[in-house]
Design a protein around this ligand. Structure first.
Ligand code: HEC
Length: 197
């Protein structure tokens, strides 16, 4: 083999291996769309670590203290819960914020807010919601995405940081829950609290 032929063959081999390395590095593994089941599982995981049950699931007292009532997962503030009297002098800014025994109702300078029913019950929960309504509501902090501003302590501004894919997964999980009929009351404005004394 003369030198020229050897030279060109080596050049060919080098450029070939260089190109294949180059292309290998740049070909990202194709991102597969999650199946419905995978989305529900991811949503369950995000809801668990996102603390949504802390406020949206009623509680029972068990051997380990306060626990989630697993028969009423994410069904919101129980409609039949009678609020104890509230002393408006205790809830001025800088004083107390109050929570009820289920941690589903919250009293503060904003009045009384009640954690919503997130189960897919049509009249009382998220049964008629679309993915778009859910994402808009969490991103903008407005009821159903366009209504009044969401009240504390709903941490929508943290939930808003989730990617679209994660928010869709959370919604897929909520829609997979057992629908529970529970009409959560409307919030009570601050000036009505003194009537509850
Ligand atoms: C610290 C308590 C708290 C936590 C934690 C919490 N929420 Fe809420 N959430 C509330 C309250 C209270 C409301 C009702 C607010 C209102 O009436 O304006 C609410 C309302 C909502 C609504 C109704 C929004 C609308 O448009 O009407 C959705 C949906 C929701 N929360 C989802 C979630 C999800 C998902 C999580 C977990 C990532 C979560 N929440 C965690 C307290 C909480």
């Amino acid at each position: 083999m003369n030198h020229k032929v050897l030279y060109y063959s080596l050049l060919f081999l080098f450029s070939f291996s260089f190109l294949s390395i180059h292309f290998n590095c740049n070909t990202e593994p194709e991102k597969k769309e999650m199946t419905k089941e995978e989305m529900i599982q991811r949503g369950a995981y995000l809801v668990t670590i996102g603390g949504c049950n802390d406020c949206h699931t009623p509680k029972v007292f068990g051997p380990h203290g306060m626990m989630e009532d697993t028969t009423r997962i994410l069904s919101g503030h129980p409609e039949d819960f009678v609020l104890p009297p509230i002393n408006p002098d205790e809830i001025q800014p800088g004083k107390w914020y109050l929570g009820n025994a289920h941690l589903t109702a919250w009293v503060g300078p904003w009045g009384v807010s009640f954690a919503k029913n997130l189960t897919p019950d049509e009249p009382t929960g998220t049964g008629s919601w679309t993915e778009e309504i859910f994402i808009k509501s969490m991103r903008e902090g407005k009821q159903m995405g366009f209504g009044r501003a969401l009240l504390p302590p709903m941490p929508w501004f943290n939930v808003a940081k989730l990617t679209d894919e994660d928010l869709k997964s959370v919604f897929a999980y909520l829609q997979s829950l057992k629908p529970i009929r529970n009409q959560v009351p409307e919030p009570i404005p601050p000036d009505s609290i003194h009537k509850m004394k």
